[in-house]
Design a protein around this ligand. Sequence first.
Ligand code: ZN
Length: 361
Amino acid sequence: MKKSFKEKVILYYRKTIENKSWLRVPAFVVLSVVLFGHHSLAKIFGAWKKYAFTAFLLLMFLTGSSFTYPVFGERDGFISPEAEQEAIAVEESTIRLAEEEEVLPEEIELLDDADVLEGYEDAELHGVEELDKYSLEDILEGEDILEGEDISEESRLEEAAAVPESGETVSFSADDWRLILINKQHPIPEDYSFNLGTIKGSMQCDERIIGDLLQMLQAAQDDSVSLVICSPYRDLSRQEVLFNRKIEAYMRKGMSYLEAYKLSSQSVTVPGASEHQIGLAIDIISDDYSTLDAGFAETEAGKWLNEHSSEYGFILRYPQGKEYITGIEFEPWHFRYVGKEAAAIIAEQEITLEEFVDENL
Ligand SMILES: [Zn+2]
């Protein structure tokens, strides 16, 4: 019977160590290597197609992936002159690009909501732009919204008298819906709920502030100041649209995503951290000045609001010089309802809602 290779090798091993016991260990090692090598080779030849395919794939991977180029190129420490020239050219062009695209801080032009909303097809649905700016006449037109609301001069004086004199102590509750603090550090609580009331058309806000809002508009009109309210309540999607569009616009100006994010969050609050989403913030402009920018502060309407808004429970939410507290640039058009008592204190002490909450709640 024909002996197998394995049997032959073992037989040879036995013979070899028969009279030489000192050869036992080294010969056993040799035997193991020989048997293992034979076994492996037999396997490979038995399934050569499979192994050939694996080898082919490995070769494709090595030649096809870019990270192996340096290995191929620098084999034996040799880089072809062409490759070297190319590398230098790429490096230089990258440096030039970086220099050209650098954005100097003083050149950064802050974008308004309007700048980034152009071509936003969904604008109408979300209550944006032209359609959604209303003066008091627009709001009252054909409606009896003020029915039951006495907004005569007399009642306003009575209301004003109800606000405690300075010096008198008033206590505030952290549960008061009017004093909820919403900012980047304090996003809207998941369980926050309120009823939306309609001011006009698609324009909505927390129904509890509509009375005071209309009284304020009426009072301004009595002083010959025509206020126009725009975009009070925003749902999350519109807030997201604004935020993302600003980031995109800044990135087109050559900023990195992080820079663009930082700058965008200074002018549009990050989604989930906007008072507009809980219906307590109103952006107010005037007939003759309808851009949301710092210049509004110098208009008659801006000055009137700065002086009187607190009498109706509204505060200038993002004042000048308090950016380090609010994290938001000066927004002379953005008013937040906090109720008359808190507004009186905030206006008198010229503080922010952050400081008020910190001191009183
Ligand atoms: Zn606003």
